[in-house]
Design a protein around this ligand. Structure first.
Ligand SMILES: *[C@@H]1O[C@H](CO)[C@@H](O)[C@H](O)[C@H]1NC(C)=O
Ligand SMILES: *[C@@H]1O[C@H](CO)[C@@H](O)[C@H](O)[C@H]1NC(C)=O
Ligand SMILES: *[C@@H]1O[C@H](CO)[C@@H](O)[C@H](O)[C@H]1NC(C)=O
Length: 469
């Protein structure tokens, strides 16, 4: 009995993943590519942490409230975004609604596996004290919670762990975390979900950091990062390619052999932000090195980086930065942004060796720590008690929240749409009332189309089966 349910369940899982809106992405050379069409994918996104860093607790994280996710997904569709990054997640909360919503909206997710709670991150000063099974309950717990979802673009093993305060050997611990996560994923997920690292823009050690994670290690191929994010705020106001230092970054990463992107950008020293860097970031020159980026950040918090203001009652005001970002995105030539390029996808990494590290103070050996035995057990057997993500039914709808623009005028066209299968959201997917651009030809989104039904049907069947088991 159990065996036959098991097989049925596997069949249903396979069905569920084909019914989802977005096609999983893969890493090929220095590009992200769509696994179905082989088109290049460039990240057009925002960092998503409603409530700011302090908005996170064991009761509430950015992907635990379906109503808020629905509202925000609709406003992101209107903007043309295809990716969010989420920093702090509690693996014990239920994220199924939010993950299914963003998926149906054609929006990918890059998820940090660390959290600010105790045992939630590596200690950069003494990493050996936190490299243990308690920490890995968090790391593998996040993987379990999200591995089902097609729209997981990747996981960040760490964010700015290696900085001025880090101890000399910290890089090898972070690379060991990449290895352990990739091994866990290869044993317990249906696809090789990419794993990467997000770096601070500390220019003296930036290239050493990238090279440390990027190089190939013959005796531990799984420890190589699949992508590299860079938090960069060097373009402020009406800057340009040279003044912002984007030219140097482009040159520095021109030989990269993995996807590079801005995991945070959007300097706010000059307000309002105009986001003129968007044309540079997605232009011909820069896209040889970069795969797009994520604006910091979605909601307005104390540090004043938001593009929308969310009120306690769920209503929203779109800020002038939202409009400015939107009009820059609408100028992009999406055909060019998503064009594949064989030169980019065929690059091969260098072998790890001390001579690829320039700064004498940067760790230049790859003697990675072995996983503690309890962690090896987790990798081999899987986390038994961790909740694992499941698809839920999502329906297209007009969102109930009141939305006003920067001048206080009501925006009435905010609608959550379900995109057709294998489609991701893009600036040209929808034309808002204020924009006169015609409906895109590359993205024939079918609002209320079959994916909704398919998802619902499969989700329902899945839940029925789950309750039988
Ligand atoms: C990139 O590779 C080319 C060809 O090997 C080399 O001339 C150039 O110096 C490299 N650039 C960087 C920034 O390493
Ligand atoms: C393909 O990529 C290479 C290297 O990134 C670049 O030099 C070349 O111009 C690109 N080709 C096209 C057609 O964009
Ligand atoms: C793997 O190779 C690196 C670099 O050559 C070396 O430092 C490390 O000790 C090796 N690890 C093992 C387990 O052999």
């Amino acid at each position: 009995m159990i065996a036959s349910y098991g097989r049925l369940l596997t069949a249903v899982c396979a069905l569920a993943s084909t019914a989802a809106a977005v096609a999983p992405l893969e890493v090929k050379g220095k590009d992200f590519v769509n696994s179905k069409t082989n088109d290049r994918f460039q990240i057009i996104g925002v960092d998503y942490q409603p409530g700011g860093e302090s908005g996170f607790s064991s009761k509430n994280d950015p992907l635990s409230n379906g109503d808020i996710c629905l509202r925000d997904a609709a406003l992101m569709q209107r903007l043309g975004l295809n990716t969010i990054r989420v920093y702090n997640l509690d693996p014990n909360l239920n994220h199924d609604k939010c993950a299914s919503i963003f998926n149906a909206a054609g929006i990918y997710m890059i998820l940090d596996v660390n959290s600010p709670l105790s045992n939630g991150a590596l200690n950069r000063g003494k990493p050996w004290t936190s490299y243990n099974d308690k920490y890995y309950e968090q790391v593998f717990g996040v993987i379990e919670a999200f591995k089902t979802f097609n729209n997981v673009l990747g996981f960040f093993a760490g964010n700015e762990v290696i900085n001025e305060d880090a101890t000399y050997s910290t890089p090898k611990y972070v690379r060991a975390v990449v290895r352990d996560m990739k091994e866990y994923i290869s044993k317990h997920a249906d696809r090789d979900i990419p794993v990467g690292y997000s770096a601070a823009d500390v220019r003296d050690i930036l290239m050493d950091t990238a090279n440390y994670f990027e190089c190939e290690l013959k005796n531990s191929t799984s420890s190589r990062a699949d992508f590299f994010g860079l938090n960069s705020y060097s373009w402020c106001g009406d800057s340009n390619f040279e003044k912002s230092g984007y030219d140097t970054l482009t040159e520095d990463f021109s030989n990269a052999t993995l996807p590079i992107f801005f995991s945070e950008y959007g300097c706010n020293k000059v307000k309002p932000r105009k986001f003129t860097e968007v044309q540079a970031l997605y232009g011909k020159e820069m896209t040889q090195a970069f795969s797009g980026g994520l604006v910091y950040e979605w909601t307005e918090e104390d540090n004043k980086y938001g593009i929308i203001k969310a009120e306690k009652d769920g209503s929203v005001k779109t800020l002038v930065d939202y409009d400015n970002f939107r009009s820059e995105l609408n100028k992009l030539d999406m055909k060019q942004v998503m064009a594949s390029n064989g030169t980019q996808t065929s690059v091969k990494p260098k072998t790890c060796s001390p001579d690829i590290i320039v700064d004498k103070k940067f760790y230049n050996a790859w003697d990675l720590p072995e996983a503690p035995s309890k962690v090896s057990d987790m990798i081999n057997k899987g986390l038994s008690d961790a909740p694992s993500g499941k698809w839920v039914k999502v329906e297209a709808t007009t969102i109930p929240n009141k939305v006003i623009d920067k001048d206080g005028k009501t925006i009435s066209d905010v609608k959550f749409e379900i995109l057709s299968t294998d489609t991701s959201n893009s600036p040209s997917t929808r034309s808002g009332t204020s924009s006169s651009s015609s409906e895109s030809s590359s993205n024939a989104a079918v609002p209320n189309g079959p994916p909704s039904l398919a998802l619902g049907g499969v989700g329902g069947l899945f839940m029925l089966l789950a309750s039988l088991l």
